[in-house]
Design a protein around this ligand. Structure first.
Ligand SMILES: [Ca+2]
Ligand SMILES: [Ca+2]
Ligand SMILES: [Ca+2]
Length: 251
């Protein structure tokens, strides 16, 4: 005679809940900040030191690629109609003498780690010099020291190289080569501890044709790395226990 036996899966539920509770408040990554430049955010969503344009080939500006300066390379791959672009920022018209875009007071929302991403392109594959040109994406937590999350430099030749991601921050580009088609580049997952972060994009481009552009700057809150592993472990346990505790047919 066939008979169905049933165990008690409910007995493991308190253990599962206690593991989840101790693994932290966030189980999924969340977007803490995003900027796509589709509307003018200067003075409200961000500030800029060195925001300028000479109308042709020297600029540090939000743009649709046409209206702010006539010499902006034909970037593609950005989202919507606007992005931010920089070229030859040490021009006389830039009285600040630097080109820094600041995004302040982004709430960490209790996330223990962040990842910073942006879409970025370069206007030339043979214009950037190791002696000066760079773009850094940096952050600081609760007004502490600035940390570089993403860096872009040429490949180490003194003059007229392409621009690459510098993945190990040694001043020599070694990663993805940037081109007119913007590509999404992501930082490592960086542990953080605090309440607020400030983000800044700092670039130096010293001559004509040394142009960069970026869009879709994002800060993503990342749960503790071991939380994800823990969830998988719990899910696996549930599957194992679930199978064991499911009604079993016994002939
Ligand atoms: Ca955009
Ligand atoms: Ca490097
Ligand atoms: Ca240069």
């Amino acid at each position: 005679m066939r008979q169905i036996t049933k165990h008690k899966p409910l007995t493991i539920i308190p253990y599962v809940f206690s593991i989840l509770i101790f693994s932290g408040p966030h189980l999924h990554a969340g977007i803490l900040f995003t900027e796509g430049f589709e509307t003018e955010g200067l003075g409200s969503r961000y500030t800029a030191s060195g925001n300028f344009t000479d109308g042709t080939d020297d600029y540090f500006t939000r743009t649709d690629g046409f209206t702010e300066a006539s010499g902006i390379p034909v970037f593609t791959g950005f989202t919507g109609s606007y992005f931010w672009a920089a070229e030859d920022i040490d021009a006389a018209e830039n009285v600040a003498g630097e080109a820094i875009l600041d995004f302040s007071s982004i709430s960490l929302d209790d996330f223990p780690a962040i990842q910073i991403t942006l879409d970025i392109g370069a206007g030339s594959d043979s214009a950037f010099d190791s002696v000066d040109d760079f773009l850094f994406v940096q952050f600081r937590v609760d007004s502490g020291n600035w940390t570089t999350a993403l860096a872009f430099q040429n490949g180490g030749q003194v003059y007229n190289g392409a621009l690459y991601q510098d993945t190990d921050f040694d001043g020599i580009g070694d990663g993805t080569e940037l081109g007119l088609a913007m590509q999404t580049i992501s930082s490592a997952i960086i542990p953080v501890s605090g309440s607020l972060i400030d983000l800044r994009i700092d670039t130096l481009m010293t001559s004509g044709s040394e142009a960069v552009a970026f869009d879709n700057v994002q800060v993503i809150g990342v749960p503790e790395p071991n939380t994800t592993a823990l969830i998988f472990a719990v899910a696996s346990l549930l599957m194992i226990f679930g199978k064991r505790f499911l009604p079993q047919r016994e002939d």
